[in-house]
Design a protein around this ligand. Structure first.
Ligand SMILES: [Zn+2]
Length: 325
């Protein structure tokens, strides 16, 4: 039930920013963020329907009235980010859902989103993960162009279009606080893979719109703001941004190469997954990770599967033929 708040796990960050564990799949996997400024609040991404009670619990714990939430800033409409938006909107009378022009129609009428997601997850798993997607009334949806700004309490947030993970992706730039909320455009960084060298990071090349050139261009564009903190959905705050950006860009190029090399093989999915795992194990070792190979594979298993599917979709879309190197 969406209206019974559950006790959330919160991570308090600087500048009125709080991460809420969305409890999607398992704790430590997905974080929705709350920005609180001068009595007003916004969510950046919200998780799935099952996340909504934790988000309402977070508002209660932070002492934020539901009426004080002005925005749901939905970086893109993948369901681990926006699946709970329709249900959450019903609890937040003054909120508007802010979306990329190409994402907005899918929140107003989720039929295509449901069909697309069922194609990736299968119908049974889809229903278990996401339940029933509730539409958002068109008059509560605000469509934002590239570079548009929204005002939240005393701060201004700039929304920049960042294609590459998905065509309809935007990032939320909080320039005054050197922070960017990156959705999935700055990859995935599980705290379980942190070492004394800092955070480990991997790109998310999931279906159906991964595009390596656009993705790298979007990372470069975010770097132009000289951010000190990136807030990822998977999993929240990272610093040391230039190093992580380098890691991401190298991997995007390498994963695209791995996919092209395997393109003509009958067992290409198996090969792509195996090469991706080998790449990540080597990078994790270089990073000083002390987990066993099996533990690292377990931490990244979901991403190995979805990234492989996304790379195959990319090959299909771009008509990539097999290459030798
Ligand atoms: Zn995504």
């Amino acid at each position: 039930m969406a209206d019974v708040p559950l006790r959330p796990t919160l991570y308090r960050h600087p500048h009125g920013i709080t991460a809420v564990d969305a409890e999607y799949l398992y704790p430590g996997h997905a974080a929705a963020h709350i920005i609180h400024d001068a009595g007003r609040a916004a969510f950046v991404d919200v998780g799935a329907n099952s996340s909504v009670p934790y988000l309402l619990g977070a508002l209660a714990e932070l002492g934020i009235a539901r009426e004080a939430v002005d925005y749901l800033l939905l970086t893109h409409v993948h369901l681990d980010h926006a699946g709970g938006a329709g249900a959450l909107m019903r609890e937040l009378p003054n909120a508007r859902a802010v979306l990329h022009p190409r994402g907005a129609p899918h929140m107003i009428d989720p039929a295509k989103l449901i069909a697309g997601s069922q194609a990736v997850y299968g119908e049974v798993r889809f229903r278990r993960l996401y339940g029933e997607l509730l539409p958002i009334a068109a008059e509560r949806v605000q469509v934002v162009g590239d570079g548009e700004r929204v005002r939240l309490g005393g701060r201004t947030l700039e929304l920049i279009h960042t294609p590459g993970h998905a065509q309809h992706h935007y990032a939320v730039v909080d320039e005054a606080h050197a922070s960017i909320f990156t959705g999935d455009t700055f990859g995935i960084s599980y705290r379980a893979l942190d070492t004394e060298q800092g955070a480990f990071i991997t790109p998310s090349t999931v279906p159906t719109q991964f595009d390596p050139e656009q993705h790298i261009a979007s990372i470069d564009r975010m770097l132009q703001f000289r951010p000190e903190s990136m807030y990822l959905m998977h999993f929240s705050r990272v610093t040391d941004v230039p190093r992580l950006a380098g890691m991401l860009k190298e991997q995007i190029t390498e994963l695209a190469r791995i996919a092209r090399v395997a393109a003509g093989a009958p067992d290409r999915a198996t090969r792509i997954r195996a090469d991706m795992l080998a790449l990540w194990l080597a990078l994790a070792r270089r990073h000083g990770c002390r987990l066993s190979d099996a533990e690292i594979e377990r931490a990244l298993a979901g991403d190995l599967t979805l990234n492989t599917q996304g790379l195959i979709a990319w090959l299909g879309r771009t008509g990539q033929k097999a290459v030798n190197s």
